[in-house]
Design a protein around this ligand. Sequence first.
Ligand SMILES: [Zn+2]
Length: 381
Amino acid sequence: MSARHATYVCPACGRSTAADRPLWRCDCGSHLNLKAGRGLSRGEIVAGDASLWRYAAALAFEGPPRVTLGEGWTPLLEGRWQGVPVYFKLESQMPTGSFKDRGSALMLNHLLALGVGAIHEDSSGNAGASIALYAARAGIPCRIFVPAGAPQAKLVQIAASGARISAVPGDREAVGKAALAAAGESFYASHNWQPYFIEGTKTLAYELWEQLGFRRPDAIFVPTGYGSNILGLERGFEELLRAGEISRLPRLFAVQAENCAAFARPWQEGVEALLPFSAKPSIADGIAALKPVRAAEVLHALRRSQGAVVTVPEEAILPALAALGRQGFFVEPTAATAAAAFGRLIAEGVLAREEVNVVVLTGSGLKAAERIGAFLGTGAK
Ligand SMILES: [Zn+2]
């Protein structure tokens, strides 16, 4: 059994369904969410397990995982940014080089337990690479739909898994449509739709809490496209709140590139639905989302946590990446946006210097080495 009495709830029609069938959305067309978990107490942590499975008691999944690459329990390191102390959470050190492995691990294990065979997925890169490698590890066929212009290193990673790659011309939405059209051929294991992906990203909250000595941070800066980390953090910290382990939520800051900021206008106008906006290409390709599936829930989480949407201009991203490199952190441009946003709020005096702030570095620089090199040069003589 995988489900541990897990239940899907539809936020649109209100229907509840046992999570014992492989679903990616409700019959009414909406996405589904998993009912909130009970959380866990400190004594339930499997301290000897250096992976996210140390929090198995809090997960909507029963039994040992059938597929794992040792995901989770990434380093949390102290540093400084513009003279202010900050913690960097190195999700870039996940097995496939990005935070997506938390979600992939939970989603794949859930699907395997329900007997799902071949899967497909659409992704701008990191999620596709993650799911392809987990599918390879699990021994199931996998097909990934990617934008024709996806970064080369991410495509190479997918190809190395043996997954079939379908490059789709057009924008991110065109890729999603192509994946939807293939839903009759194999199971649509969409990281943006399937709620078990967020069940995985919630372990980021548990880790931050434990690594900070069972305290919650004051503020967390997260590069945000579809918002799976924002929703995972909210879910995890809500569970810890209900379990009496923390007394309030940390402030969640969703960081977007100014060039493609789906959440910026709704945030400014105080609404919890997407509004039309114009998008330009961004070097932060991992967060260039045009139509996030759970937009209302992401905006609600930001408001409820007293966080905000923070946008960063294109010209601030690579300098932030270079400054992170000088501290020993080699990250992709998407990840560098979080540090740039943190710096912006520090400069604006929004954050108190004595607060515990976390910048989540979501992906490795090896994902975009060529593009980073074009900016930094290699200095080779
Ligand atoms: Zn529904």
